[in-house]
Design a protein around this ligand. Structure first.
Ligand SMILES: *Cc1c(COP(=O)(O)O)cnc(C)c1O
Length: 434
């Protein structure tokens, strides 16, 4: 019998990147599920969060699933069947098909493409929002005109160049999947992220803007697709007195207990966003005299949810840093610093920072996949530069995702962080540049 809470000692002294922030109603909603015995994948909490999220985001159908990754998997499968028809049993819906994917993002954005046999082609990043570069996407369609599917993520809660991306997709008849896992509540030209894709996904993972401890949701206007996902995610049972199956099924439905946590969190979404924004603004002000810039966004057209505050060291302020496959080294230089040094300094005060997502085209498992920049094949350019022995000082030739990875990092962005704690973080970052 569980009697002591010693295994669950909280970490009052640790400053997290982004940890769950509970308010009370979560427990009440979970308890309701418990007391009414709706402890499975059916119940009021599930129905309620589907309704609330659809209403908040402005979409017709929302299907609560066990994770954002599951929602992406179901999206990819829907898109694959819509474009190429039903696969043979044992084959993926995208078998051998190229899919244009964001490159500077979490691996969960693209792994589901591989689950369905697709081949991710990585599209380089632009500097204005750190998201997929529409010019690189156009270039990719020129190189692989048969491609019909695009997976776009909004990094760290900042909407990408949605109009431009959608225009490129439409002109090539491509289906768009929007990975809004990090950007729930963010908007672009007054419209919420999660409504721009043919299929869109959000996540309630423990570190996201609101959480269910885990969970995710698929959002779409496509009623027939929504029905398919409801069926697939509950083992694809047909309407019959016995277990009748016509398709492969999955156990991807959200639990009503998890949905209770999400339901209890939901009213706090706006509060979380405004706290995250304050944190971002305070970093921006506190670090403004340093050779750094904050993760940028389109101030005219978009309102991020400011999920994570990030900084990028300007070229003139960057000290020497080398990264191997698993380790990093740097040299201490007066007046300069680098992400490795700053992350070490944060760690020394028990604050959690994190490198920027390592671009997927640089991941060992995706090293053979095409990587496309606005100038053409990105790997070919890098090779050509090396072959000629030229230094890649011309920023046009640089792989922008690799550059942001090299110079950027995520700062502690937990909404329970006090003003004093954040001032300490700012002081420690400043000291790195002395
Ligand atoms: C968190 C995240 C996911 C996956 O969501 P889970 O709920 O953890 O499966 C997918 N894409 C991005 C960009 C994410 O940050």
């Amino acid at each position: 019998m569980f009697t002591s809470n010693e295994e669950y000692t909280p970490f009052p002294s640790k400053l997290w990147l982004s940890s769950p922030t509970m308010h009370g109603p979560e427990l009440a909603c979970m308890q309701q599920a418990y007391e009414s015995n709706w402890m499975s994948t059916i119940g009021k909490n599930i129905n309620e969060i589907e309704r609330l999220i659809c209403e908040r985001v402005g979409c017709r159908h929302g299907i609560a699933l066990s994770s954002g990754t599951a929602a992406l998997h179901m999206s990819v499968k829907l898109a694959g069947e819509r474009l190429f028809g039903k696969p043979w049993p044992g084959h993926g819906a995208l078998e051998g098909r190229k899919v244009f994917c964001s490159d500077l993002t979490f691996a969960a954005t693209v792994n589901p493409v591989v689950y369905e046999g697709g081949v991710p082609v990585f599209i380089d990043t632009e500097r204005d929002t750190w998201n997929m570069d529409p010019l690189a996407l156009e270039q990719a369609f020129a190189l692989y005109p048969e491609t019909r599917l695009v997976v776009l993520a909004h990094l760290y809660g900042v909407p990408g160049k949605i109009d431009e991306i959608k225009e490129v997709c439409e002109s090539h008849g491509a289906v768009l999947i929007e990975d809004a896992a990090e950007s729930l509540g963010a908007s672009y030209k007054g419209r919420q992220t999660g409504t721009f894709g043919d299929y869109s996904c959000i996540s309630f993972n423990g570190n996201k803007i609101i959480t269910g401890s885990s969970g995710g949701m698929l959002l779409t206007e496509d009623g027939e697709g929504a029905e398919k996902v409801r069926r697939w995610s509950t083992q694809a049972r047909e309407n019959a007195p016995w277990y009748q199956h016509e398709e492969v099924g999955y156990n991807y439905r959200m639990s009503n207990v998890i949905a209770g946590v999400v339901r209890g969190q939901f009213p706090y979404l706006e509060e979380h966003i405004s706290r995250k924004k304050e944190i971002y603004e305070r970093y921006k002000e506190g670090l403004k005299r340093l050779p750094i810039e904050m993760n940028p966004y389109d101030e005219k057209n978009s309102e991020p949810n400011f999920w994570l505050s990030c900084l990028m060291v300007k070229e003139e302020g960057l000290s020497r840093q080398e990264r191997g496959a698993r380790e990093a080294w740097y040299e201490r230089e007066r007046g300069k610093s680098c992400p490795t040094e700053i992350l070490e300094a944060l760690d020394s005060i028990n604050a959690e920072g994190r490198p920027i997502w390592k671009p997927l085209h640089l991941q060992p498992m995706y090293r053979m996949h095409p990587f496309i920049t606005r100038y053409g094949r990105g790997r070919a350019v890098a090779n050509a530069c090396q072959a000629e022995g030229t230094e890649e000082t011309d920023s046009r030739l640089r792989d922008k995702g690799a550059d942001i990875f090299e110079r950027g990092l995520c700062l502690p962005s937990d909404i329970k962080m006090t003003k004093e704690q954040q001032e300490k973080v700012i002081e420690v970052v400043r000291a790195c540049f002395e």
